[in-house]
Design a protein around this ligand. Sequence first.
Ligand SMILES: C[S@@+](CC[C@H](N)C(=O)[O-])C[C@H]1O[C@@H](n2cnc3c(N)ncnc32)[C@H](O)[C@@H]1O
Length: 208
Amino acid sequence: MSKLGLSNKKDGLSNPNTFKGAAIHDKITFLRTFMKSPKEVGSIIPSSRHLAKRMFKRIDWNNVSSVVELGAGTGVFTKYLNQLIKEDAEVFIYEQDAELAELLKRNYPNYYHRKQAERLFQDLHDAQIGQVDVIISGLPFKNFSQELRDRIVNEIERSLKPGGSFIAFQYSLQMKSQFEEVFDEVSISFEPLNVPPAFIYRIKKKKQ
Ligand SMILES: C[S@@+](CC[C@H](N)C(=O)[O-])C[C@H]1O[C@@H](n2cnc3c(N)ncnc32)[C@H](O)[C@@H]1O
């Protein structure tokens, strides 16, 4: 149960029929958003459930009390996060597109909702959260300017607790060298069942 007395777990998303209808509607909304801002959205359809499942593996969710999701889109990852996360955990959802952000707010009213990933550190500070255990990213880094990439990677590094995990997917290995420059532990896996197939970067911040 959230501080607001709301529970995400009881919303219409738990009904498989509602889900099917929502999935088609979400795909149309996503495509519309892509046509509005192709660079920021970076893909014409949301990620597959196969990719989502793989993103959430290998984290001990019972020991996670704070999570950030960057670039949540229609909430494919948020759905899994909501099933795995402890009810009293703090969850921050970032989405720059206003229509998608409204959808996420409606479906997950007890999470914090924010707009720009590049404001991450300041937002967490303002909400008196400080650093978090896990950051999940759906951001299309490849489409960003190098300046924006540097800024967001720096925000992520500052916002993770020592020993915290950062998990991101990309359609290429382009971010490998930049992530390796900033973090000590970077491992990469591959999910073929996604359009397009995707690489998953699993990163751990050093324990101090
Ligand atoms: C490739 S889509 C991924 C959506 C979703 N996570 C998925 O896997 O289906 C990238 C998302 O990041 C959002 N986005 C792009 N730049 C952003 C930024 N600077 N801050 C927050 N969200 C951003 C886009 O609007 C889009 O919804």
